[in-house]
Design a protein around this ligand. Structure first.
Ligand SMILES: [Fe+2]
Length: 180
């Protein structure tokens, strides 16, 4: 059962403010990639699509003299930490199951290691799917954050993806119950 849909997330003012800031078109493209990858890696499609859709919700705008400043970003950014917390709060507020909200928040926290001290992360399959979905939609110099999409098209695409997730989720549950 799904407690919260992508469409519900899209309509919330927090998503409208922060996901639009980091790029709605990128978020939706990632959610579609995550759907495809979740199938491939046998990951819960509901968690994967929601985590991918919200993965950049913690972004801040690092500008200097009206221009995006990558050095400033690299030095000060904590978007994955902020995003994990912001997405978790939003999901809980909309009625998400706390266990799912935690898995989704962790996948957001670990979708990038750009803010971490050098080291290696050992990601679980859901976390790998979300990180790969982000990579799959990345463009050089962060151009993916600036791609535009109309509200109408965004809504239509998320509604269509919600339908796909609803179907895939029941298959995923029965497959995973059978295999224990
Ligand atoms: Fe991203």
């Amino acid at each position: 059962m799904r407690y919260v849909t992508l469409t519900q997330l899209f309509e919330h003012p927090i998503t409208q403010k922060y996901v639009k800031r980091s790029g709605m078109a990128h978020a939706i493209a990632c959610a579609y990639h995550a759907y495809r990858l979740a199938k491939k890696y046998n990951v819960n499609p509901d968690h994967a699509t929601k985590a991918a859709f919200l993965h950049d919700i913690g972004h801040y705008t690092w500008y200097r003299n009206g221009q995006w400043d990558y050095d400033l970003y690299k030095e000060n950014d904590i978007h994955a930490i902020k995003g994990a917390e912001r997405a978790h709060k939003l999901l809980i507020r909309l009625g998400e199951h706390p266990r799912s909200a935690k898995s989704i928040a962790l996948a957001i926290l670990l979708h990038t290691d750009s803010y971490l001290p050098q080291g290696e992360l050992h990601l679980n399959p859901l976390q790998q799917v979300v990180a790969k979905a982000d990579e799959a939609d990345e463009e050089p110099s962060g151009e993916h954050h600036y791609r535009q999409i109309s509200d109408m098209r965004a809504k239509r695409m998320l509604h269509a993806l919600d339908e796909k997730v609803n179907n895939a989720l029941s298959n995923w549950h029965s497959a995973n119950e059978q295999s224990g």
